[in-house]
Design a protein around this ligand. Sequence first.
Ligand SMILES: *[C@@H]1O[C@H](CO)[C@@H](O)[C@H](O)[C@H]1NC(C)=O
Ligand SMILES: *[C@@H]1O[C@H](CO)[C@@H](O)[C@H](O)[C@H]1NC(C)=O
Ligand SMILES: *[C@@H]1O[C@H](CO)[C@@H](O)[C@H](O)[C@H]1NC(C)=O
Length: 602
Amino acid sequence: MELTWLYASLIIAVCCNTFCAATTQTSSKQTNFVVFIMDDVGMGDLGCFGNDTMKTPNIDRLAQEGAKLSHHLALPLCTPSRAALMTGRLPVRYGMGSRHIMRVFTFLSAKAGLPSNETTIAELLKESGYSTGLVGKWHLGSMCESETECSHPNGQGFDYFFGLPLTNLRDCGGKSNVFVAWDPHIYRDIVLTFLVLLWAAYTARKNGYIGPQGFVVCVATAVILCGGFFAFIKSIRMMNCVLMENQRVVEQPLQYDRLTERLDRRAVSFLEQNHDRPFLLVVSFLQAHTALFRSERFTNHSRHGFYGDVVEEMDSSVGQVTATLKRLGLEDNTFVYLTSDNGGHVEEFSEEGEREGGWNGVFKGGKASTWEGGIRVPTIVKYPGVVSPGSEVTEPTQLSDLLPTIAGIAGVPLPDDRVYDGKDLMPLLRGETIGKPHHEFMYHYCGSYLHAARYTPSDSDSIYKVHFSSVLHVPGPHGTTGCFGTYACRCTGYSVIQHDPPLVYDLTHDPSELNPLDPDDPEVSEVISRMQEAVADHQSGLVKQQDQFGVLRLLPRPWKQPCCGTFPLCSCKDSLHSEKPMLPEVVNQPDWVPVAEDIPQS
Ligand SMILES: *[C@@H]1O[C@H](CO)[C@@H](O)[C@H](O)[C@H]1NC(C)=O
Ligand SMILES: *[C@@H]1O[C@H](CO)[C@@H](O)[C@H](O)[C@H]1NC(C)=O
Ligand SMILES: *[C@@H]1O[C@H](CO)[C@@H](O)[C@H](O)[C@H]1NC(C)=O
């Protein structure tokens, strides 16, 4: 008996020893991942992508130490784009390509969200023992309906979440709001509607169509409708602008006061707490979406007004995280990826007429459209010892490539019961030529509508973009063009043009999509027919799924509203507001060298 025990404990001791040794050994070797997601930052906004007057030294340094992906493609709007990044799959595969006007989630308490059975980068890594954290914006659904239906980051693989489950909105600034962006005269229109309803009731009463009771009912209805709508508009800030730590509301409504610093603090703490085990940290910036916000230190910091200050402050947050990686000795063992969820929002102007959206450089159009300006996003990968410093990848790649890349590096197998649109970037990043394009075909959706596709032939230096539909641009302020009638481009309706034959551009020689090729040219018609075959093949593989953008899934549900306090009097403030100096200014970062223009003329 005793002997058996002795043997048993011996075996346990040996096993444990081996096991413990194995785990420490792998954990010290396993690569960490840091993913930065910028919001609406365009191809022309960053120093390392050619902006010689925007000061982004920390991001530029990442580019110097890693590779620039100069042909990296997103989807045209936040929610679907982030879904592709998180899952490695196109949103149309799981009901996140909208058939409606709304293509993003608009209310915190809505039922809509990333389906639970999609596997995110966080879920994938968590399974193999990683700690997973997300700081900042999520925008893929916030509610947990049940154990098996939970779109909140905590239900999608993130152990730790601190940030905005929805998105930064004009309303969060308290001054403007999304309805005003759509219709600048919204309040006047509500009052006019009210007066028209009153007048109709009065006329009906005067002509004897309704009695005194009917009159009262009509007036009451007008008050409820118009007053209710007014109250609804005014409560968007309270409903949507909410900071959460995991599933607990910690600030409502969101305060911009020292917000960047407070978010940076959470990201830095996550790294400090997890430095001794493998981790994934996603830092998803609220910048540079409106409402624009900046701290005192960044006020008048840039040469590009409020918008420039916002981008430059965001850059300082990148610096906080990279400096922390360095301080904790994690730099050499961390894969860093930085991207933007879509192009700059060219229709975004303040009420005073100042440009508040991103700059897409030479690329046409912007956020919400499948013109190159809407989907090509500035992207950097840094992976010391693997990706050669200062290199550039000019082949088309996309956001959904991140998941297979991470899986490959971490050695986690991908689920084999679904189609992946992304592909492992490592061969490209290592500079290995694989003899064929990384993606021969790529599909560019506007909601659930395929507006364009991209074809990279292996035997040509041309990269073709084929537009089946495109949005019509109208003139905007200061000589700009865009979808100014609707604030953001739509996927269907009067502002969308169908192209038959499709418009074809050679992006290698015409990146600005200015000169469509002649469809009668045999080479071009060959491109069109190859593309059409590929599209038919791709679409035959799509299975219809529950649409997350149906009205009933999108609308707010007051009884589910996350609230600190008693609904509707929700109010609380992040505890870090009262803490004094939290993070030092980032030191040891390269100084920005002004360009000639910047030096004062004498
Ligand atoms: C740099 O970015 C600012 C702000 O978006 C923009 O106004 C400016 O045109 C950009 N400059 C270049 C050279 O792209
Ligand atoms: C997720 O669930 C839906 C609805 O049951 C199903 O149609 C879909 O195929 C599932 N997706 C995956 C990736 O398993
Ligand atoms: C920023 O510039 C504006 C306009 O020149 C000025 O009114 C304001 O005081 C400045 N603010 C700071 C903090 O420098």
